[in-house]
Ligand binder design. Structure first.
Ligand code: V47
Length: 390
């Protein structure tokens, strides 16, 4: 297989990278740039697939989840974002605790294992709103894992709870109220030029990484994203990979119970944003970014194709390009919608499973921490626990 791949390389610049991948050696930032500049998508895919097969064989993970965007009211107005509203603007909303409880009941009735919760940086809600939201979900649906709040929201919560320099205490409070892990959002691109142009006011890379470092120290698993295909350069993308890889090395070397689990490359969706004159990345860009994420982030266990942004057909193909996770059923999603699409963006578990099987892979339902699930309708448990009981 290695020989086949090497013989079919059309871009000679990829030769030494292929040798490193087959030897299990770490790729350098220069290798990352070479991969991003190469048009040899088949070789990049085969190399990423080699790593994916070593780690996960034919397994492809998915989950039954609910995304919950509790409010779109945001103090910031990032250019790439079509979600944010000011409080008095048309379409602005915030959920009260009754609505949050209702969402938890609906998630429970659907057999969901995870609620993924993010929102705008609301200028007026108090810190208690967030702890009450977590407690309300935990009381209503004790088994559901709560993956909530991007690092940007955590910094905002530290400010509104008047502890801007004590992220650790804030995360502890949230953990006690029910927080199970942090999603990967808000990382955008780790570069100050891009930051100041497209998302000024948001935290910079050092702060984003700090929040994740502290979460890892407290034993919380986290994810990471990269929002690409807008005004960033290929060098910026490489820098982003390197910073994430270094931060994961740090968590591993310090033996922290928390780590990064998954990288989720997010293709920029221009519709309705201030950057809608930009074309956004192509399908080939998306496949390349997923594959290169697999190759560069050798210490991240999982690569996710978020089908909402990648589309389900491309996510299927991406399984041959390094991806081992499809996210889940989602149901409601308000952050990105292409023209004509509403917030109801759902696939059924059967559709997800069928898509995975059709692509030649074995679907495995997982919980948020990647434990396989056994299920009887809406009742579920970790497979290892069901083995202990039998
Ligand atoms: O933080 C905002 C991004 C993120 C746009 O952790 C946009 O498992 C594309 O982080 N085009 C939220 N992206 C989504 C996210 C995520 C999704 C799925 C799984 C996980 C996980 C995390 O979406 C935001 C921002 O980076 N975003 N606007 C846009 N126009």
């Amino acid at each position: 297989m290695h020989e086949n791949t090497i013989n079919q390389i059309t871009d000679p610049a990829l030769m030494s990278i292929a040798e490193k991948v087959f030897a299990g050696a770490r790729l350098s930032p220069e290798d990352g740039l070479t991969l991003l500049q190469s048009a040899d998508i088949y070789t990049i895919g085969r190399l990423a697939n080699h790593v994916r097969q070593n780690l996960h064989g034919h397994t492809t993970y998915y989950n039954i989840n609910r995304h919950l965007n509790y409010s779109n009211i945001c103090a910031l107005s990032c250019k790439f974002c079509a979600f944010h509203r000011k409080r008095d603007q048309d379409g602005a909303y915030e959920y009260d605790m009754d609505r949050i409880r209702k969402e938890a009941i609906t998630a429970l009735d659907a057999g969901a294992t995870e609620m993924h919760i993010v929102g705008g940086l609301h200028p007026f809600l108090p810190f208690d709103y967030y702890t009450e939201m977590l407690s309300a979900i935990r009381e209503t649906a004790p088994n559901i894992h709560i993956k909530a709040f991007t690092a940007v929201e955590i910094v905002h919560l530290a400010r509104i709870s008047k502890r801007p320099n004590d992220i650790e205490a804030v995360l502890q409070d949230l953990k006690e109220a029910g927080l199970g892990s942090l999603p990967g959002g808000g990382a955008e691109v780790f570069d100050d030029r891009v930051h100041d142009e497209a998302f000024k006011g948001k935290i910079r890379s050092d702060k984003w990484l700090d929040v994740h470092r502290i979460a890892h120290k407290l034993g919380l698993m986290t994810n990471a994203t990269m929002l690409y295909g807008h005004i960033e350069s290929l060098e910026d993308r490489v820098h982003h990979f390197t910073m994430l890889r270094d931060a994961q090395d740090e968590a591993i070397n310090n033996n922290h119970a928390g780590r990064f689990q998954t990288i989720i490359p997010l293709p920029f969706i221009p519709d309705n944003s201030e950057l809608q004159h930009l074309p956004g990345p192509s399908g080939l860009d998306n496949l390349k970014m997923l594959a290169i994420s697999r190759l560069m982030l050798d210490n991240f266990p999982h690569v996710k194709a978020f089908w909402i942004m990648q589309t389900l057909p491309l996510a299927q193909i991406a399984l041959d390009y390094g991806v081992d996770d499809m996210d889940g059923t989602v149901v409601w999603y308000d952050i990105t919608k292409t023209e004509g699409q509403g917030t109801h963006q759902e696939v059924t578990p059967t559709t997800l499973k069928t898509a995975i099987i059709e692509a030649g892979y074995t679907p495995v339902e997982r919980d948020t921490l990647y434990y396989p699930i056994t299920r009887d309708g809406k009742d579920w448990q970790r497979a290892e626990e069901s083995m202990l009981l039998s």
